[in-house]
Design a protein. Structure first.
Length: 136
């Protein structure tokens, strides 16, 4: 009986981790494909246009390129999201994007505190998906 309970608990933990992985992948897909590549949220381009040298067409190209990279990251996360290095990569990107956005494009971020709170929850989701058995 105890063995069966441990197995069910392990299966439940694996299912929750997989749900967290797919949730994180969905966030990257939304942010990359919808918000940047398809232009669903113009604020993303406006923030990038705040970077010196990225005005007009360059800002659009940078936004689309970043969106494609985030879309590719969604695929990586869906495939390998339970690995510690993938969580570390996502953490570095989220921190970098937040720091850069707040440093150069804060005027285009309507609620910076809310942005940081949301991303804190997102990082908790990412790290909750890491499987301790996955060391690579």
């Amino acid at each position: 009986m105890v063995y069966g309970q441990v197995t069910k608990r392990t299966r439940d933990q694996q299912a929750l981790r997989q749900a967290a992985v797919l949730g994180a992948a969905a966030v990257w897909l939304h942010q990359g494909l919808w918000c940047k590549v398809l232009g669903g949220d113009p604020a993303h381009r406006e923030v990038l246009a705040s970077v010196p040298g990225l005005t007009g067409r360059r800002a659009q190209v940078a936004t689309t390129s970043l969106g494609l990279a985030e879309t590719a990251l969604a695929v990586l996360v869906a495939a390998r999201g339970r690995r510690r290095w993938v969580a570390g990569l996502q953490t570095a990107l989220v921190v970098g994007f937040n720091a850069g956005g707040l440093a150069v494009g804060r005027q285009h971020i309507a609620h910076p505190t809310r942005l940081l709170a949301r991303n804190g929850v997102f990082l908790a989701l990412i790290w909750s998906s890491v499987d301790d058995a996955q060391h690579r």
